[in-house]
Design a protein around this ligand. Structure first.
Ligand code: CA
Length: 724
């Protein structure tokens, strides 16, 4: 047994399809850049007489020469006595995956087209996420001169990086690796850097890994999907995919982390045949034999086929990407492998209905997965019938991710989940056990408890056994919580009076108006009704220009907005208007962001270069980030505009944006940034809303619940009574 310098307690991969992002990112600092020109997670600068190539302060990406495909980073400098330069490479900023490194050695790979004497090499310095940093270390101490045109591995024991900051330095929380000017030799140098990681010096020496098996390839419009199987094995560093266009000469085109057994090879051309082999690479970068070759061809897909392709890829997030113990949806991939999200799981259930109906899986497989999910939910903690926002997929326990008081029931997430389960109850009507168990879960939710008091006129978002109503978030529309009111009114066991729709959701109090103008930054629509015309479209309901587009998606994946006309509007029409206004704003583009246009629109909640944001069509909440789910999940509202966006995202931006689960979460052309993650809340709406446009499948199933029909009747009665 090795004796690690430091270790962290982690539960790694369980089960054959387990994700291993925690494990992978407990070692990897840099592997590849998603963007081709410069790497977003870098900071580079020169001072005085020294020079460093650093477009917009970033390190350039090298795509022809790499240690792992498809790229590496290129440092190009000239060091002078009266000057200096630094090139800082940061750990990628991945949601819910803070630095938790495990190992005793820093590994990196260096390459130069010309021999570099070791005295000419730069220095290396590390920082951690608690503002700690090390003193610079001379690379020359750990590498002889770099041979010409050959990748050379450098290993530096972490104990060599002595703390020089007041806060000490903790390599387990490594945040960046910085190259610093060394000898001022005045000569031009060029050095490629790839595969920076922390690991154990003696890792992976013991066994030779086998090649992946069951390798398959399937061609689409501009890309080919390569898939394989591999048993769980924690000595796997990654898989490497080789492509040949002639069946003879193979080039490495990409890698995939353990636990994901699929690679989307974006070729960018139709009618291209390609051959693939896949190999396994261990943590010492020793490669297995390659698999036997497989081949497939791209071909031009028609619009219908493109829709199916995008639906299937998005569905896979909830199928292949599900947390293995619960069968539920992870909050984001890559991300913390344990965090399953309740609402995203409800959306995922609806995408499984789509998957079963379109034949991506069989009905039996869909029913089996639903049974697993229902079994997990039956055992999970409940708070007057509601579940928490986040659960630990391994233990089933509540995760208070947003703070200590977020440790109880989340009625909104619960309603997103039940929207999915109620659609599934109707779709899988031939599975009596599943129907009975979903009904029991649905009838167990005490919607009326979430009024806070028996005479309250609204619903509240959270209740906690320890903190009670401390979060005190009254549900006030227009936003994504309409489905919460609709289900609370529809409950056969713990319903709330339909009057809450008008007093809570569409409430007219000063408190409600302040709430709306507080997040919307405007009084337009602060009394629920709006009436302002934006870009030629009159908006009946919504704050300002209607807010982020997810307001028109989350409540309407099962609930058909055609079926609801209240005192203010019809919601299919109103949602359509919000989508049109969002698009018109992006075309107008008052923030002058790069890449917006007719086919590049859709502001909604997503990952962005600075974190997670609820982007919407107003300058303060528009930072240049376009989120594919915005336009694509609006398909029923704006089919032609959504199709134009789909083709742009796939055919023009595909090389960066397209991955194993469809479109990556978001992109920002101002910043040359593409999200490193897919989000559980954003993939399923694409699959489900496209299906609702194509066949109305999920709408039909959800709306066929008798409780929903009687709720709509009482709501209509109330509307008509008040009108007389
Ligand atoms: Ca690489």
């Amino acid at each position: 047994m090795r004796k690690p310098l430091f270790t962290l307690a982690f539960a790694f991969c369980f089960g054959p399809l387990a994700y291993c992002a925690n494990s992978y990112y407990s070692h990897v600092v840099f592997d590849n850049s998603l963007t081709g020109e410069r790497y977003f997670y870098t900071r580079a600068q020169a001072s005085g007489d020294s020079t460093l190539v650093a477009p917009e302060g970033r390190i350039p990406v090298e795509s022809k020469i790499f240690h792992t495909p498809p790229n590496a980073l290129r440092l190009q400098w000239q060091s002078h006595a009266n000057g200096g330069w630094t090139a800082r490479i940061e750990r990628p900023d991945i949601r819910n995956l803070p630095a938790r490194y495990s190992g005793d050695t820093l590994f990196l790979w260096l390459y130069s087209e010309q021999t570099i004497e070791n005295t000419e090499l730069p220095l290396l310095q590390l920082t951690d996420s608690d503002h700690g940093f090390s003193e610079p270390v001379k690379l020359s101490r750990f590498v002889r001169s770099l041979p010409t045109a050959k990748w050379t591995q450098v290993k530096i024991p972490l104990r060599e990086f002595r703390a020089t900051s007041l806060n000490g330095f903790n390599p387990a929380r490594l945040e960046s690796v910085t190259f610093i000017q060394g000898e001022a030799d005045g000569k031009p140098h060029s050095l490629l850097v790839d595969d920076i990681k922390i690991d154990f010096a003696d890792e992976g020496k013991s066994q030779t890994l086998s090649a992946p098996s069951a390798v398959a390839a399937k061609g689409y419009d501009r890309h080919i999907d390569v898939s394989w199987t591999y048993p769980p094995n924690d000595t796997v560093q990654h898989f490497v995919v080789y492509r040949s266009l002639d069946g003879r000469i193979y080039q490495p085109v990409g890698i995939q982390m353990p636990g994901i057994h699929r690679f989307a090879d974006y070729i960018g051309r139709t009618n291209q045949t390609a051959y693939y082999k896949v190999a396994t690479v261990d943590r010492s970068y020793r490669e297995s034999n390659v698999s036997a070759p497989v081949s497939a061809s791209t071909r031009e897909l028609n619009d219908d086929e493109l829709l199916t392709m995008v639906q299937e890829a998005s569905f896979r997030y909830y199928w292949e990407g599900a947390e293995p113990n619960s069968g539920m949806a992870l909050e984001n991939i890559p991300g913390d492998d344990r965090i399953i999200a309740l609402g995203a799981s409800g959306f995922g259930v609806m995408s499984i209905i789509v998957g079963a109906d379109r034949g991506f899986i069989t009905r039996e497989q869909g029913a089996q997965r639903l049974t697993k999910i229902v079994g997990f939910l039956e055992k999970a903690p409940r708070y007057h019938g509601a579940w928490a926002h986040f659960l630990n997929g391994e233990t089933g326990k509540t995760i208070p991710l947003f703070g200590a008081a977020d440790d109880g029931g989340d009625l909104v997430e619960t309603s997103f989940l039940l929207q999915g389960l109620l659609a599934a109850r109707q779709y899988f009507h031939d599975q009596p056990d599943l129907v009975r168990r979903i009904t029991a879960l649905w009838e167990g939710v005490e919607w009326d408890w979430y009024r806070q008091t028996s005479n309250s006129d609204a619903l509240y978002w959270h209740w906690s056994p320890d903190y009670a109503w401390q979060l005190h978030h009254r549900l006030t529309g227009w936003n994504e919580t309409m489905i919460t009111y609709l289900l609370a009114m529809a409950s056969p066991t713990h319903s709330v009076p339909p009057s809450l729709y008008y007093t809570g959701w569409a409430g007219q109090s000063q408190e409600a108006a302040r709430y709306r103008s507080g997040w919307g930054g405007t009084t337009e629509g602060d009394h629920y009704a709006n009436g302002t015309t934006y870009y030629g479209t009159k908006l009946d309901v919504g704050v300002g220009r209607g807010g982020p587009l997810f307001f028109t998606h989350y409540s309407f994946m099962g609930f058909d907005p055609h079926s609801l006309t209240d005192r203010y509007t019809n919601y299919f029409d109103n949602n359509t208007n919000i989508a049109k206004i969002n698009r018109a704003y992006c075309i107008d583009n008052p923030g002058k962001h790069e890449g917006y246009g007719n086919d590049a629109w859709g502001l909604t909640a997503s990952d962005d270069p600075w974190g997670y944001g609820a982007h919407e069509p107003r300058e303060k909440e528009d930072n240049g980030t376009v989120t594919p789910t915005g336009a694509l999940s609006s398909y029923p509202y704006t089919p032609e505009f959504s199709m134009a966006a789909l083709k742009h995202f796939y055919r023009d931006l595909g090389p960066q944006l397209w991955g194993v689960y469809g479109f990556r979460d978001a992109y920002n052309e101002d910043q040359h940034w593409v999200a490193p993650i897919f989000m559980g809340l954003n993939q399923a709406p694409i699959a489900v809303m496209i299906e609702n446009y194509r066949t109305g499948l999920v709408w039909k199933n959800f709306m066929s619940n008798p409780e929903i029909q009687s709720m709509l009747k009482s709501l209509a009665n109330l509307r008509d009574q008040e009108h007389h």
